[in-house]
Design a protein around this ligand. Structure first.
Ligand SMILES: Nc1nc2c(c(=O)[nH]1)N[C@H]1C(S)=C(S)[C@@H](COP(=O)(O)OP(=O)(O)OC[C@H]3O[C@@H](n4cnc5c(N)ncnc54)[C@H](O)[C@@H]3O)O[C@H]1N2
Ligand code: MOO
Length: 405
């Protein structure tokens, strides 16, 4: 008899088999690098700032003379010049001297503080300072933001606005990132048709190509459609081999359960260096899922039912992506919610129940009932609740963890 794997066994297999996957890299302009994954540690090759920088408009001085300054007894300085923003001053500040400076200007040598304009009065070549200033006050020291030689962005780090900002600050115009995963999508089944074909007999429109394509667009992936393949072993082998040669991961939906089982499984087995890692998972929905490795490529035989297909994508394919891309778990956020009504779970498998969240005084989770064939179930769902195989169900009022979709 066929032995079904548990969900945690499948996670372990994915880790074991795909952790050493080698990702390609490419160099992209920094403007285009948003959300990309950095391909190497990047060290700053300059200090930021690379000069002592004033953070205010005011006067650069040696601050000791200001220590006892107050409204009645200002410290008095001789104004000896003005710092042009963007230029390193060609003069030095001595005891008792001040130079006018603007925000972002380079603090002249000899000065150890900048007093804010608001705390001073300038009169006939002299500057009166009415408040004490501390050493380094209003100065961003050379290298204080980023020190030369320090790692600013790490390999596998996701580049968001702050990381892009720091790379811009150290003078990078482009950055080496990991290439997006190439993912092929194949739908199978004699009954599946494209939306521009007439809806005759018991044909149905292809949903899985669309849901998978759309879900992949939100991932670190480039989806490629290979169309609908009839229940024909030779045709499937042909398209599957091409898809595997052109992609890192291939997703075939349909034909994975017992009826047409042989086609998908056999087609995968026919691939060069194919190893079937998983053939059936003890979960609901998604039991008839196949996972295989062909060389260093991953192939998924996903259940045909649109809900099961998309759920397996979210639960296992996304997990594989996290492993390939060395990312922490990027599955949805979680919220605690109180069950609005109970439900029975009797399959003997780990069950995932879709729920709609209702935000009132507390967050309520309303279970959604429907079969895995009904895509509108997912359309109405906010997330899902996991029920371990050992449980027989959940009661109204139970506190549950909802993984958001
Ligand atoms: N005797 C058994 N029958 C079934 C079992 C079982 O264990 N024993 N498992 C059921 C479960 S659970 C699922 S899930 C489905 C999975 O079946 P397949 O992966 O073989 O998929 P198909 O039979 O090809 O299709 C199932 C269903 O989904 C529709 N479908 C398929 N592809 C698409 C698509 N691209 N877009 C929209 N809808 C699609 C297809 O027309 C079928 O209605 O098997 C159960 N049966
Ligand atoms: O796995 Mo099926 O997805 O339970 O409907």
């Amino acid at each position: 008899m066929k032995v079904f794997k548990t969900d945690s066994e499948v996670f372990d297999i994915l880790h074991k088999e795909f952790s050493d996957f080698v990702l390609g890299t490419e160099t992209v302009p920094l403007y285009e690098a948003s959300d990309r994954i950095c391909a190497r540690d990047i060290e700053a090759n300059i200090d930021v700032p690379h000069f002592d920088k004033s953070t205010v408009d005011g006067y650069a001085v040696r601050c000791q003379k200001t220590f006892s300054a107050n409204d009645e007894n200002p410290a008095v300085f001789d104004l000896i010049g003005e710092v042009k923003t963007g230029e390193i001053p060609d003069f030095k500040i001595q005891e008792g001297q001040a130079a006018k400076i603007f925000t972002g200007g380079a603090v002249p040598e000899g000065a150890d503080a900048v007093v804010m304009l608001e705390n001073t009065v300038e009169q006939e070549g002299r500057v009166f300072v009415f408040k004490p200033a501390r050493p380094n006050e209003n100065i961003l020291k050379k290298g204080e933001d980023v020190g030369k030689g320090c790692t600013v962005v790490k390999k596998y780090q996701r580049l968001r606005a702050p990381q892009i900002g720091v790379l811009a600050a150290v003078g990078q115009k482009e950055v080496e990132v990991f290439s997006r995963l190439k993912v092929g999508i194949i739908s199978t089944g004699d009954e599946i048709i494209m939306q521009d074909q007439p809806l005759e007999g018991a044909k149905i429109y292809d949903v899985n190509s669309y849901t998978l394509y759309s879900a992949l667009k939100q991932e670190y992936a480039v989806p490629k459609l290979y169309g609908i393949v009839k229940d024909d072993y030779e045709a499937l082998v042909g398209i599957l081999s091409r898809a595997v040669s052109e992609n890192d991961v291939v997703l075939i939906s349909g034909g994975s359960s017992v009826g047409t089982y042989d086609n998908t499984l056999k087609a995968i087995q026919s691939l060069d260096e194919a190893i079937i890692l998983v053939d059936g998972i003890s979960i609901k929905p998604g039991k008839p899922t196949i996972i295989a490795k062909a060389g260093n490529k991953a192939v998924f035989g996903l259940p045909g039912h649109p809900v099961s297909c998309l759920f397996i994508f979210k639960f296992f394919v996304k997990k594989l992506f996290d492993i390939l891309l060395h990312q922490q778990d990027t599955a949805g956020g979680k919220v605690l919610a109180r069950l609005k009504s109970g439900f029975a779970a009797s399959s003997g498998r780990t069950e995932f129940v879709f729920v709609k969240l209702i935000y009132s005084d507390e967050i309520l989770a309303e279970p959604l009932y429907g079969k895995s064939g009904s895509i509108n179930l997912l359309n109405n769902a906010s997330g899902y609740v996991k029920i371990e195989a050992t449980r027989t169900g959940l009661k109204p009022g139970d506190l549950v963890e909802v993984v958001l979709l």
